[in-house]
Design a protein around this ligand. Structure first.
Ligand SMILES: [Zn+2]
Length: 473
């Protein structure tokens, strides 16, 4: 099916020029999906054939039919059809029992989480109050009014004493989206001390989860809302943009974002790429990002018409739908991306950037984890501390040659121990039975193979029994 992409792009590109840009990625993704699909089918078929061989009589195992359905996506009809021509039926009773069990399990798993969309009062809030405003692009501290309060189950309440969710008319708290984690912080008045634990978006409403330490929150209260830790979060978010740009430079333009997470201590970036990156490629990417940081690039954030933004070469997240007007985050052309998140004003604020791991997360998707800002400093500090500890332990500043020396010593000592053990004279119990020398002994140390070889070389016909003694406590 992936081969059809070329034809489709050819036919549609005049109306959708964007398709050409994404042609290779789309093709690669469809191809991977197809390969995965066929591999699953093959595995399922092998299990089906195996069970068919073992089927005596005309009843096919309900357990296997369920496994084929549950793990390999074979609908029951398909299994039944394949069996029909052989005159075999599926053990439906077992299949149905397993199906009911699974449904019950799924229901139980849901119970705890609750169906927020169905049970929460979001629709009522939207109808009576409407959306609230996010003012956190400009400020991380402001005076705001509480316009709605919800309990832990998202039911509207007039006041909160312990915990729940709060909606401010103008909120400086960023709600989790676009990979950037939602803000934490606190709100204060003379009578209230309250922590903001997280901020999320529910049906376009920006809500902060609160834990009240002193006082009672009431609708209509004016509060001082203060965001904490945003600096470190946005350093990681900006670094993610620089990372994506560097990856495209090193691995090619087909690299496409497949997900990301930025919080105050680290960043995680998933992208489409078929194989593991080499050490050299990772070093190059890390260097490019650090160069961008050192070049003091100013950020320029603009709301642009989507066509204009594309003309500017802004990177859009693959598979994401955008409106007519998009927010474009531009670091002096070194990285230009569609993005709704918050950022540093200048790349220098990112500090420094270290890649901490690169691994595969699924077929065709790799994940890079990295740190910058304060976390980068802490990582570097802890690495220096480790090296210092090693220096003290090997009593030398040249730790590599010291470790190599130690390795050599261990090797020499091992050989010496082995030789000493092998030379230990062991008195063997030997007996001659019908011309065959029978050796029975207990081996406590030394090289078993060397000992057996010695005896074999010294005798024509020999049977050897060695025992190892075990301490019984
Ligand atoms: Zn972004």
């Amino acid at each position: 099916m992936y081969q059809l992409v070329d034809v489709l792009v050819e036919e549609m590109k005049s109306s959708y020029p964007y398709l050409v840009e994404k042609q290779e990625i789309v093709k690669e993704n469809i191809k991977l999906e197809e390969e995965r699909f066929f591999a699953t089918i093959d595995k399922g078929m092998a299990i089906f054939e195996e069970e068919l061989k073992n089927t005596k009589g005309n009843l096919f195992s309900g357990e296997v039919a369920f496994k084929l359905y549950d793990t390999f996506g074979f609908p029951l009809d398909l299994t039944e059809d394949m069996l029909k021509e052989k005159g075999i039926k599926v053990d439906k009773k077992t299949f149905d029992t397993l199906m009911d069990e699974q449904k019950a399990k799924a229901k139980l798993a849901w119970k705890g989480s609750g169906d927020i969309a169905k049970d929460g009062d979001f629709k009522a809030i939207l109808e009576t109050i409407g959306k609230n405003e996010f003012v956190g692009y400009e400020t991380t501290k402001c005076q705001s009014k509480i316009i709605a309060l919800l309990d832990d189950n998202f039911k509207q309440v007039k006041s909160l004493e312990n915990s729940g969710w709060m909606m401010l008319d103008k909120t400086p708290f960023y709600a989790t989206s676009g990979g950037q984690i939602g803000d934490i912080g606190y709100i204060n008045t003379n009578d209230i001390n309250c922590k903001v634990l997280q901020t999320s978006q529910y049906f376009t409403l920006n809500l902060s989860q609160v834990e009240i330490q002193k006082g009672t929150l009431k609708i209509g209260d004016m509060v001082d809302a203060v965001v904490e830790d945003r600096q470190e979060i946005q350093k990681h978010h900006s670094a993610t943009h620089l990372l994506q740009s560097a990856l495209k430079k090193v691995l090619g333009d087909t690299v496409s974002q497949a997900g990301s997470l930025n919080d105050s201590t680290r960043l995680r970036f998933d992208f489409t790429y078929a194989k593991a990156m080499s050490k050299e490629q990772l070093d190059e990417v890390e260097n490019i990002v650090n160069d961008m940081i050192l070049n003091n690039l100013d950020v320029n954030i603009q709301e642009l018409d989507i066509q204009e933004a594309r003309k500017k070469g802004a990177i859009a997240m693959f598979g994401e739908k955008y409106g007519d007007v998009v927010r474009v985050v531009d670091f002096e052309g070194a990285s230009v991306e569609f993005c709704g998140g918050t950022h540093v004003q200048n790349t220098a604020q990112v500090g420094s950037f270290y890649i901490t791991s690169e691994k595969g997360v699924s077929a065709g998707v790799r994940r890079i984890e990295a740190v910058c800002g304060k976390s980068a400093y802490l990582l570097s500090k802890s690495n220096s501390k480790n090296i210092e500890n090693i220096e003290n332990s090997v009593k030398s500043k040249d730790i590599i040659s010291s470790i190599n020396k130690l390795k050599e010593q261990i090797k020499t000592l091992k050989i010496e121990v082995q030789t000493a053990q092998n030379s230990t004279v062991s008195v063997l119990d030997e007996e001659n039975i019908n011309g065959v020398k029978v050796v029975v002994d207990i081996l406590n140390n030394g090289d078993l193979k060397a000992k057996v070889d010695d005896i074999k070389n010294a005798n024509d016909k020999v049977a050897i029994f060695y025992y190892k003694q075990k301490m019984i406590k």
